[in-house]
Design a protein. Structure first.
Length: 142
């Protein structure tokens, strides 16, 4: 870092979580005012790449057969991870067992037989149905 960057970090501080500053602005990092300063496309893509890498790593640990799954089925699980996070996805025990057996039909049924399915169905253009179909058929659905 440059000396000015060191000085600014020392004076402003560094926060890894958003907080409200003294004038009521939502702020993160080294005094980045995200209430008034939008993220650039490069910043959004950087966050997204990092989130994808973290989601993939979590899926690798959560699903023992991850490496043997097709890119389509991996995409389904990544989509679910993004939507729910690891805690809720871990709760899909029957789906996870079906995946270990490579019973993709049963995995799709378990996806649809969930509270998550009801929550993301109509709200997000039938997300659960689309993902279940992808799990079942191993084909990309637009």
């Amino acid at each position: 870092m440059t000396r000015i960057a060191d000085l600014l970090e020392r004076h402003e501080g560094k926060r890894t979580r958003p907080y409200t500053d003294t004038v009521g602005k939502l702020t993160v990092g080294i005094e980045r005012n995200i209430s008034d300063v939008p993220f650039s496309e490069d910043e959004i893509q950087l966050l997204f790449r990092n989130d994808m890498a973290n989601a993939r790593k979590t899926c690798e640990g959560l699903f023992p057969t991850w490496a043997t799954l097709s890119p389509v089925r991996q995409a389904v699980l990544l989509d679910m991870m993004f939507n729910m996070g690891p805690g809720r996805l871990r709760g899909f025990r029957k789906m996870r067992r079906a995946l270990r057996r490579r019973d993709f039909e049963d995995a799709a049924v378990e996806m649809l037989d969930s509270k998550w399915s009801a929550q993301v169905g109509k709200k997000t253009h039938q997300r659960a149905w689309r993902l279940a179909r992808m799990m079942r058929t191993n084909e990309w659905v637009g």
